[in-house]
Design a protein around this ligand. Structure first.
Ligand SMILES: CC(C)(COP(=O)(O)OP(=O)(O)OC[C@H]1O[C@@H](n2cnc3c(N)ncnc32)[C@H](O)[C@@H]1OP(=O)(O)O)[C@@H](O)C(=O)NCCC(=O)NCCS
Length: 236
C-alpha cells in the first residue's frame, strides 16, 4: 500500500466517493467484522491508542520494511492525531480503518487494515498489515476478503483495489489468493528502501467477487457474507 504516514497506509481522502457528503447521509460498513479464523476486525477508534502503539513498537523491524508510516515508534501524540482523523473519515463515510484483535480482547492488536478512496468514483483501495507472529496463518487474506465483501456491499462502490510494490511478494499473494485480477504495474515512488518503485494494481469488481477466488478463500468469503448479514440484522 503506497500511502502516507497515517498509521494505515491510506492517502488523504478527498470528498466522499459514494455518498452525498453530509455525515447524516454517509453509508458505513459494520464496525465489527468476524473472520472465519475467529479473530475480529474492530473499528480503529474502539481500540485504545496504547494497544496500537505497543503492537507497532514491538514489531518495528518487521513493519518498517514495507510500511512508510512504521519507520519510528509511534508517539502518543501522532497516534491520537491519526486516530481522530480516521474516526472523522469514518463518520464522513470516506475511509474505514480497522484493527485486528482476538475476539475476546480489544487490547491486543494483531494487525490492521483499511478501505480508502483511490483512483476515482466508486473505487476503494484496501491496505493491510500483520504483526510478525500472525504472518502465515491466512489472517491478511481473510481480512482483505472481509473488506472486499464489506466494501462492495456499500452503495456506489463498484470496484475494490489492492496496490502493492512488485517486490512485496507476501502482499501480492493476498489479492491473488482472493481472485483479484492484476490490472497493471505502474511506476511509483518507492517509499521504503525495500520497494522497487513498481506498483501492482490488483482489482476486483462485483461480478468477479466469488468467481475467481480459491475454494478455501471462497468459503471464508461466504462465511464473512453470512456474518455480515447476521450482523446487519442484529444491529437494526
Ligand atoms: C503482507 C502481509 C500482511 C501478508 O501476510 P501473510 O501472513 O503472508 O498473508 P496471510 O495472512 O493471508 O497468510 C497467508 C499464508 O497463510 C496460509 N493460510 C493458512 N490458512 C489460511 C486461510 N484460511 N486462508 C488463506 N491462507 C491461509 C497460506 O497458505 C499462506 O501460507 P504461506 O505463507 O506458506 O504462503 C504480511 O507479510 C505483513 O504484514 N507485511 C508487512 C506489511 C505489508 O507489507 N503490508 C502490505 C503493504 S502493500
Amino acid at each position: 500500500m503506497d500511502g502516507m504516514s497515517d498509521g494505515f497506509g491510506m492517502r488523504t481522502p478527498g470528498t466522499g466517493v459514494f455518498m452525498s457528503g453530509t455525515s447524516q447521509s454517509a453509508v458505513r460498513p459494520p464496525e465489527l467484522l468476524h473472520l472465519p479464523a475467529g479473530q475480529v476486525l474492530r473499528r480503529r477508534s474502539t481500540v485504545s491508542d496504547q494497544a496500537f502503539i505497543d503492537a507497532v513498537t514491538a514489531d518495528l523491524e518487521h513493519l518498517k520494511v514495507w510500511l512508510p508510516w512504521a519507520q519510528e515508534p509511534p508517539t502518543a501524540e501522532e497516534t491520537a492525531y491519526h486516530r481522530a482523523r480516521q474516526d472523522a473519515n469514518w463518520e464522513a463515510g470516506t475511509s474505514f480503518s480497522y484493527l485486528l484483535t482476538p475476539a475476546d480482547s480489544a487490547e491486543q492488536v494483531l494487525g490492521g487494515c483499511a478501505m480508502f478512496p483511490t483512483a476515482g468514483q466508486g473505487v476503494l483501495e484496501i491496505g493491510y498489515w500483520l504483526c510478525s507472529p500472525q504472518v502465515g496463518r491466512g489472517l491478511a487474506s481473510q481480512s482483505a476478503a472481509a473488506l472486499t465483501e464489506a466494501g462492495l456491499a456499500l452503495p456506489g462502490i463498484r470496484r475494490m483495489e489492492i496496490h502493492c510494490d512488485r517486490a512485496n511478494i507476501r502482499s501480492a499473494a493476498v489479492p491473488e489468493r482472493l481472485g483479484y485480477t492484476l490490472e497493471r504495474i505502474e511506476p511509483d515512488e518507492p517509499l521504503t528502501p525495500a520497494e522497487i518503485g513498481q506498483s501492482m494494481v490488483w482489482t476486483q469488481g462485483r461480478r468477479q467477487r466469488t468467481a475467481g477466488a480459491s475454494s478455501s478463500v471462497r468459503s471464508a468469503s461466504l462465511a464473512v457474507s453470512r456474518i455480515l448479514r447476521s450482523g446487519r440484522r442484529s444491529s437494526r
